[in-house]
Write a protein that binds this ligand. Sequence first.
Ligand code: FAD
Length: 358
Amino acid sequence: MPSQAAESEETMNLEEYKGVFVFAQQVDNEISSIAFELIGKGKSLAGDLGTEVTAVLVGSDVKGLADELAVYGADKVIVVDDPELKEYRTEPYAHALASVIEKYKPEIFLVGATAIGRDLAPRVSARIHTGLTADCTKLDIGDFPLEPKPNVEQKHNQLLMTRPAFGGNTIATIACPDFRPQMATVRPGVMQKLPRVEGAKAVVEEFNPGFTPNNKYVEILEIVKSVVDTVDIMDAKILVSGGRGVGSPENFKLLEDLAEAVGGTVSCSRAVVDAGWKPKDLQVGQTGKTVRPNVYFAIGISGAIQHLAGMEESDIIIAINKDESAPIFDVADYGIVGDLNKIVPMLTEKIKAETAAK
Ligand SMILES: Cc1cc2nc3c(=O)[nH]c(=O)nc-3n(C[C@H](O)[C@H](O)[C@H](O)COP(=O)(O)OP(=O)(O)OC[C@H]3O[C@@H](n4cnc5c(N)ncnc54)[C@H](O)[C@@H]3O)c2cc1C
């Protein structure tokens, strides 16, 4: 008896699958920034394949949001609008996406690695019997295997999905040559949105596969939103980031003073979170947030690969570290070797004096 995988491969005609689709996540009828980032990346992939980007908008009373997706580059929007989709619930949303994929047969399907996307994407990929690469940091179109191998067919125009592997100690490039769509999740902040094109209108297509509540349609009794009083470090233009070298939670006052002087926000490395000095939502890196500010101060941070993964795309990186061989200096635009306890207050005073003089 052939295996289930072999059967599906036999029946799956890969040629039928066309186009790059992205899941346009919305919460409370507000489109999440990740949707625009995925459209941005989807556009460049679609360009390489000579195809279009379609955003899949799922919710209740969401049709009015379609043009906003076009403003960020979506060529087409498929709207699945149903009262059952008002709040995110795994079963109806997975049914919506799996049905869209079965009907429209996309070649590539991208989902944000948000709390919703991480719940949704694996279920959808299992339902439609394809692979999923989670938390990709890079997506390209290319040949697979990357180098030709004897007796192995090298397929062209494959989605090459790159992500850290083995605890961040290596980088793996993964492909899904035998099944469609090729599915990947990407964390917020990794890909870039395209500039807005005001007035752009989407070609909208409505599709409703029918939603019949079953015992997997959980009932939501109450939604309690967490109250966040800190600025999201992913939105900050200037980040003053501290590492273990800061020495204590109290000593972060030095960084807070600098942040105040430059109009920035404090963030940190994982060592600081693990020590309980700062909350997890301020952590930059592979298991924290990916940031891309105009200026990133790395103070008392060694520059481990998992930290760099979250900040190396910053426009200007300024490192302060007493160890001149710290790897952070390899990515820094400006480096100051010395004791942060002396340098940071001096820098803060100098900036305050300059600002006052203006
Ligand atoms: C699976 C996995 C995921 C991970 N994810 C993340 C992540 O998301 N984010 C993250 O940050 N890390 C992550 N890590 C941890 C990472 O490997 C490092 O352990 C961590 O980034 C180190 O933090 P640090 O640079 O603050 O501390 P350290 O590596 O201890 O560096 C402290 C630095 O401070 C300098 N210093 C000390 N005193 C002073 C002083 N007085 N003046 C100036 N400089 C001084 C030292 O020279 C040193 O370079 C992850 C690890 C794993 C295995």
